[in-house]
Design a protein around this ligand. Structure first.
Ligand SMILES: [Zn+2]
Length: 402
């Protein structure tokens, strides 16, 4: 087999370098030209030219830092432009819809959260609500600021290539062409990207949260549903269709309780919120308030609630042991309501992990709480939405407007 490798043309090299530079500023915020020169390994005049291109494109601004009067020329600071492009980040949860305007550098300009239940969970209702929230957010922002993409987090299996939701069991969605449905609401071909909540949470925690610098990390997201996002060798592990990481549906007891996915005895039926409530003997309540009340009771030492959290902590430790044996990560970030289980019962979780994980893998792994609190998936949705701009900052994107 003869592989022909085409030589890169100058405009491709320029675009590649523009992307690298913008990505650096997106990741770290304001940087000096000297920082950028060191980070990219390009010479000062090339950096200067690339920065002025990004200034011209309206993506960054450059200024001389105030209050510096020592000898020598201060290095110019390059920062994301405050009224530059933003993305509309959306987290479709089982019980709430969160929308936010997020700019380069990860700055959240506006954020709205609404409870959803019943018919409001249907895909067409969610699409309509996203469009309405996007317009409401745009009205709050300075004139001129424009959304250049929409990133959506969904608690289900999402086909990566086209944002088709195969199955979101806890929303009762099956075979929903979600990205296409949302796109159809706009006159221009708006960039809409859809991802799985745990996958997006992993990206966000790796890039901006508790796992910065850990290129082998897992984000385990557990609320009503349980799933994982996997970063291996610094890259996201998607699998062939984009469905990798469904740890919540690993069978841990074939004779266990029935699961929403159609199987029985899945991890989710032992550490998901329904399992937690069931373990506490609560059958008549569900939802975020019931879970919050249960954690408060456990913290106050109420016996049923404490025992339920302990039971889930044991199963969480077993789940983490499977994850650690399988992936040998440096860190597992535990998010969603499972973060509260770790906070209340860390010793139980860690000792079960000690008991069941292979010693070589166990010794190096940290169990961390999310650095982005409850917003890991939302921030991850913004990172997904920014991909197109970061790959080709010089190609104009249609604004999200209808
Ligand atoms: Zn299942």
């Amino acid at each position: 087999v003869v592989t022909r490798v085409a030589a890169a043309r100058p405009e491709e090299i320029r675009r590649h370098n523009l992307g690298l530079l913008l990505r650096e500023i997106h990741q770290h915020g304001a940087l000096t030209r000297a920082d950028l020169t060191a980070a990219l390994g390009l010479n000062r005049s090339t950096i200067g030219a690339l920065v002025s291109d990004l200034v011209q494109l309206g993506l960054v601004e450059e200024y001389i830092p105030p209050g510096r009067d020592r000898a020598g020329r201060p290095s110019h600071v390059v920062a994301p432009r405050a009224d530059g492009p933003y993305v509309l980040a959306v987290e479709v949860g089982v019980e709430r819809l969160i929308t936010a305007a997020i700019g380069l550098g990860g700055t959240v300009y506006a954020r709205q959260e609404h409870p959803i239940e019943g018919h409001a969970r249907r895909p067409d209702a969610i699409v309509a609500q996203i469009v309405a929230e996007g317009a409401a957010i745009a009205a709050q922002l300075p004139p001129g600021a424009r959304a250049v993409a929409i990133g959506v987090s969904v608690p289900g299996t999402v086909r990566q290539r086209d944002g088709f939701v195969e199955h979101a069991p806890n929303l009762d969605w099956r075979a929903i062409p979600f990205a296409a449905m949302l796109q159809a609401k706009f006159a221009d071909p708006v960039d809409v990207l859809v991802g799985n909540d745990a996958d997006l949470g992993a990206v966000a925690e790796h890039q901006r949260g508790a796992a910065i610098g850990y290129d082998h990390m897992i984000y385990l997201n557990g609320s009503v549903g349980v799933g994982a996002g996997i970063i291996a060798e610094g890259r996201q592990l998607h699998g062939v269709g984009g469905y990798a990481g469904e740890i919540g549906h690993m069978t841990i007891n074939p004779d266990g309780p029935p699961c929403h996915c159609g199987s029985t005895g899945c991890v989710e039926t032992y550490i998901g919120e329904h399992a937690l409530l069931r373990a506490a003997g609560i059958t008549d309540q569900h939802g975020a308030e019931a879970i919050a009340a249960l954690f408060r009771a456990a913290e106050a030492g109420e016996p049923n609630a404490s025992a339920a959290v302990h039971t889930v902590a044991v199963w969480l430790g077993r789940t983490l042991a499977n994850i650690v044996n399988l992936f040998n990560p440096q860190a597992v970030v535990v998010g969603g309501s499972l973060a509260e289980v770790v906070r209340l019962e860390r010793l139980t979780v860690e000792s079960e992990l000690d008991r069941r994980a292979m010693a070589a893998s166990r010794s190096g792994v940290k169990v961390l709480l999310p650095g982005l609190k409850q917003d890991s998936a939302l921030i991850g949705a913004a990172e997904l939405a920014f991909q197109t701009l970061l790959e080709a900052p010089d190609v104009p994107l249609p604004a999200v407007a209808n």
